[in-house]
Design a binder for this molecule. Structure first.
Ligand code: ADP
Ligand code: ZN
Ligand code: ZN
Length: 739
C-alpha cells in the first residue's frame, strides 16, 4: 500500500508547505483540509494545518518524519474560511501557516478542542417540592430553591452569584436530591417572536433609498459605499438592514475600527435586537473568543461584531457584511500578516455571494474611486438625521501671531464665549505628552532617543522622557546631559501642556484630557464620558481618540490647534488623513439643538486642499485629492508593494535590498513584465528605530496582475538570498504607511 503523506502549513515565515508521514491509523478518507496535526519541527513540537494529503513527496523517504497526532476528527475550518485564508496568503505573499495562525483563534492554534465550553447548569430536580419539610429549618436553602424554580431552563454555574444564589445552599440541596446538575454547552438562547427588542426609527427618504438599494441585492454579491455625513443615521441604516437579513434566516458580520469600541455603538446593537450577538474585540479573552468563533461557525450567533481579525470568523449562513468607518487605518494590520480587513471583507463578500456595505462620513479615496468606476453602488446621506445643522468652519491664520501653549488670542476669546454661554469646547491636538522635545537653551542639546532617529517626548506627570516610536523611557534630567546647566526647555505643545495651560486660563471650568495616557486605566474612559454627558460647560482636550464614534451633544466649539502637519508631510496620504480627522472631529460638535463651529489654526490658511475642505466639504476635497493622485500616478491609480528591511549594522539592510532589487530586475525581463517601477532602495524616513537600521524598496505598478506575478516568483527567491540572514525583512502589499 502506498504511504500517506500529509502536506502541512506550519506556523513559520517560510512560504512553503511541509511533508510528514501520516500518523498510524490515519486513512485518506478521514482527512479533510483544515484539520490540525501535531508534528515535530526542528527540536520543537508545533501544530500544523492539513492542506492536502498525497501519496508522494519530493522529500527523500529517509528524511520524512512522522506526524505525531491528528487533533481533529472533523475539520474545525469550514471550506469557505480555508479558501479565504489561501487567498489571503497568496495576495499578501505571506506564508500560509503564518496566515492561518493570524486567522484562527489562539486556543485553536494551541490545540484546544474545537468545541464550545461545557458548563454546569443547576435545575430544580423532577418532583422536588418547594415546601419540602426538610427545608423548614433551612431558610437559605428554601430561598435558593425558590429562586432556581423561577428559571425553567436552569441557571448556568457562572451566573449563580449574579442571581444571588448561594453555592453552599445549592450543594446541600443537591445532597437532598432537590436540585440536579447537568453539564452541557452554554445554552443557545431561545428567541422570542420578534427580532426587535426596540422599535425602529422611521427612516428619512435618503436612509430609505439606501436601505432599499442594499436590500434589493440580498442573496448575491454587491458592494455599496454608504457615504453619510456624521450624524446622518448610517447606524440606523445598518440596524434596519441587519433586521432584514435576520428575518431571511441569515447571519450578519459587522466590522468596527479598534478604537470605536465605545460602549455607545455596542449598546445600540444590543438594545435593538433580540438576537444572539458574538463580540470579538481586544478585550475579549481567548476562551470567549473561541466560543464566539464556534457559535458563529455553527449558526448559534446571529450577529458577529468585531474588530479587524473578526473578518476571519466563519459563518454558517452568511447574509450581509458591514464595515463601519471603512476609511479607518486600524483595519490594516501593521505587523506580521499585513492584511487590510476592509479589502478582505470585499473578497469574502464576493466569495460568500452576499452584499457588503462600507460606511463612512469620510470615505477613503480608494473606495470613492471604486464607486466612481462603478464597482460599488454609491449611496449618499447628506442630512444630519436629528435635524442638527452642519458645523461652520473658520480657518484661523496664525502666521506671526503669538501662541500660548499652541493657543492664539482669537481662539482663546472664542473659547471664553462658548464656555460663558454654558456650552462645551473640544480642543484637538494629535500629540500626546507635554512637549515633543526637551531643549537646552545654553548649548542646544535636544532629547534625542538613543535607539531611534527621533526625539523623546516630555511627559510631565510621570517626569519622564519617552520615545513614542520604540517605547524607550528615562527620567527627565534636571541638568543638561551635555553642558550641565539647568535651562532645559520643553519645546512645542502636547495634550498635557495644553491641558495645564487651559486649566490656568479657564480656572472656573473643568478640563478633561482624553488620550492614550489618560484613558489607559480600565474604566477611566467611562468616567470621562459620563462627566461630559452631564452637559455642564467644560473643556475637552485630546488626540484622535476624540474623533471616533462618540457623540458630544453639548460641544459647540471644536478647535484644531494645528492642521499644518497634514499639509507638509512627505507621506502622500497625510492630507487625506488630515481631512478625515478634521471632518470626524468636527462631526462631534453641535449634534443637538445648538449649531457647531470649528476653528482651524493654520499657517497655510490659503492652501487649496484646506480651502476646498472647509468651504465645499469632504467630497469636494476628495475629488481634488483624487485628481492630484491621478496626476502623480499614486494609489488608487497605481498599486504599491513595499519591501522593508532592518538590521543591527548600518548598510546591511540596504545591501540586502540591493540584491533583492537586482533579482527583481532580472525577473521583470525574464517574465517579460512591464509597467512596474522599482524605487530605491533608500533609507527609511526614520532610518534608525529601536536600535535597528532600516531601508526600503518600493514597487509601483500601473496594474495589479503583473505586480503579483512578479512577487509570486520573487519572494521565494528572496528567502534564498544570502544577505537575508542578518536582515529582518517583510513585504507590505498595498501599504498605507510608507515608513
Ligand atoms: P451616524 O452613524 O451616521 O453617525 P447615527 O445613526 O448615529 O448617525 O444617527 C445620529 C443620530 O440621529 C442618532 O441619535 C440617531 O438616533 C438619530 N437618527 C438616526 N436616524 C434617524 C431617523 N430616521 N429619525 C430620527 N432620528 C434618527
Ligand atoms: Zn546644554
Ligand atoms: Zn526610540
Amino acid at each position: 500500500m502506498p504511504e500517506l503523506i500529509l502536506r502541512l502549513a506550519l506556523p513559520s515565515p517560510l512560504r512553503r508547505l511541509f511533508d510528514y508521514r501520516a500518523p498510524l491509523g490515519a486513512t485518506a478518507a478521514s482527512l479533510q483540509p483544515g484539520m490540525r496535526v501535531r508534528v515535530p519541527f526542528g527540536r520543537r513540537e508545533v501544530i500544523g494545518i492539513l492542506v492536502e494529503a498525497s501519496e508522494t513527496s519530493e522529500v527523500p523517504a529517509d528524511k520524512l518524519r512522522p506526524a505525531l497526532q491528528l487533533l481533529d476528527e472533523q475539520t474545525p475550518m469550514p471550506p469557505a474560511l480555508f479558501k479565504l485564508c489561501l487567498w489571503t496568503a497568496q495576495y499578501y505573499q505571506h506564508s500560509l501557516g503564518d496566515t492561518l495562525s493570524w486567522a484562527l483563534p489562539v486556543l485553536l492554534r494551541q490545540g484546544e478542542p474545537a468545541e464550545a465550553r461545557q458548563e454546569r447548569f443547576w435545575h430544580v430536580a423532577d418532583g422536588a417540592r418547594l415546601d419540602d419539610p426538610r427545608l423548614t429549618r433551612a431558610p437559605r436553602q428554601r430561598e435558593a430553591l425558590r429562586t432556581l424554580a423561577q428559571h425553567a431552563h436552569g441557571v448556568a454555574h457562572s451566573l449563580l452569584s449574579k442571581l444571588q444564589l448561594n453555592r453552599d445552599s445549592l450543594e446541600l440541596l443537591l445532597e437532598k436530591r432537590l436540585v440536579s446538575v447537568e453539564v452541557r454547552r452554554s445554552a443557545p438562547m431561545k428567541r422570542a417572536g420578534s427580532w426587535l427588542a426596540q422599535p425602529e426609527l422611521p427612516l428619512n427618504p435618503e436612509q430609505r433609498a439606501a436601505c432599499e438599494a442594499i436590500r434589493s441585492s440580498f442573496g448575491g454579491f454587491q458592494a455599496f459605499l454608504l457615504a453619510g455625513v456624521t450624524g446622518s443615521g448610517k447606524t440606523e441604516v445598518y440596524l434596519q438592514l441587519i433586521r432584514q437579513a435576520l428575518e431571511t434566516g441569515k447571519q450578519v458580520l459587522v466590522l468596527i475600527p479598534e478604537i470605536n469600541l465605545g460602549p455607545q455603538t455596542l449598546a445600540r446593537f444590543e438594545q435593538r435586537f433580540n438576537a444572539r450577538i458574538a463580540l470579538l474585540h481586544s478585550n475579549v479573552n481567548d476562551r470567549e473568543r473561541l466560543d464566539a468563533w464556534l457559535a458563529a461557525r455553527d449558526g448559534e450567533a446571529d450577529i458577529v461584531i468585531g474588530t479587524r481579525s473578526a473578518l476571519f470568523t466563519p459563518l454558517q449562513r452568511p447574509g450581509l457584511i458591514i464595515v463601519d468607518e471603512e476609511h479607518d487605518a486600524s483595519y490594516k494590520q501593521q505587523e506580521g500578516l499585513r492584511y487590510h480587513a476592509r479589502d478582505l471583507a470585499l473578497v469574502r463578500a464576493r466569495q460568500d455571494q452576499v452584499p457588503i456595505v462600507l460606511g463612512s462620513a469620510t470615505p477613503s479615496l480608494e473606495s470613492l474611486h471604486n464607486a466612481h468606476a462603478g464597482r460599488y453602488g454609491l449611496l449618499r446621506l447628506t442630512q444630519r438625521a436629528g435635524g442638527a445643522k452642519p458645523p461652520r468652519f473658520l480657518r484661523l491664520d496664525i502666521k506671526s501671531r503669538p501662541l500660548d501653549a499652541g493657543i492664539s488670542a482669537p481662539l482663546q476669546q472664542a473659547i471664553t464665549q462658548t464656555l460663558e454661554a454654558g456650552q462645551q469646547v473640544l480642543v484637538f491636538l494629535n500629540r500626546r505628552g507635554f512637549a515633543p522635545t526637551l531643549l537646552c537653551h545654553d548649548c542646544g542639546w535636544i532629547s534625542a532617543c538613543p535607539r531611534c532617529d527621533a526625539r523623546m517626548t516630555v511627559h510631565q506627570r510621570s517626569n519622564e522622557l519617552r520615545c513614542h516610536h520604540c517605547g524607550h523611557s528615562e527620567r527627565r534630567p534636571a541638568n543638561c546631559p551635555k553642558c550641565g546647566l539647568v535651562d532645559l526647555r520643553p519645546l512645542g505643545t502636547g495634550t498635557e501642556r495644553a491641558e495645564e495651560r487651559l486649566e490656568i486660563l479657564f480656572p472656573q471650568y473643568p478640563v478633561l484630557r482624553i488620550d492614550r495616557d489618560s484613558t489607559s486605566r480600565k474604566g477611566a474612559m467611562d468616567t470621562l464620558f459620563s462627566t461630559i454627558q452631564r452637559g455642564e460647560p467644560c473643556l475637552l482636550v485630546g488626540t484622535q481618540m476624540l474623533a471616533k464614534g462618540h457623540h458630544f451633544p453639548r460641544v459647540t466649539l471644536v478647535a484644531i490647534l494645528d492642521a499644518d502637519g497634514g499639509l507638509f508631510s512627505a507621506d502622500f496620504r497625510a492630507s487625506e488623513r488630515m481631512a478625515q480627522l478634521i471632518v470626524q472631529v468636527a462631526g462631534r460638535a453641535g449634534r443637538a439643538e445648538e449649531p457647531g463651529m470649528v476653528i482651524i489654526q493654520t499657517h497655510l490658511a490659503d492652501h487649496p486642499l484646506l480651502v476646498q475642505l472647509t468651504e465645499q466639504g469632504y467630497f469636494a476635497f476628495a475629488e481634488q485629492a483624487l485628481s492630484e493622485r491621478r496626476a502623480a500616478g499614486l494609489p488608487p491609480f497605481a498599486h504599491l508593494a513595499l519591501l522593508r528591511g532592518e538590521a543591527h549594522k548600518p548598510g546591511q539592510a540596504e545591501d540586502f535590498l540591493d540584491q533583492a532589487c537586482s533579482e527583481a530586475e532580472h525577473l521583470l525581463e525574464e517574465l517579460q513584465l512591464s509597467g512596474i517601477e522599482l524605487l530605491g532602495p533608500v533609507p527609511a524616513p526614520m532610518e534608525r528605530r529601536a536600535g535597528r537600521y532600516r531601508a526600503q524598496l518600493l514597487l509601483q505598478a500601473n496594474a495589479r496582475a503583473p505586480l503579483h506575478r512578479l512577487m509570486s516568483v520573487w519572494l521565494p527567491r528572496l528567502e534564498q538570498l544570502p544577505g537575508g540572514r542578518a536582515v529582518r525583512w517583510s513585504l507590505d502589499v498595498d501599504p498605507i504607511d510608507l515608513f
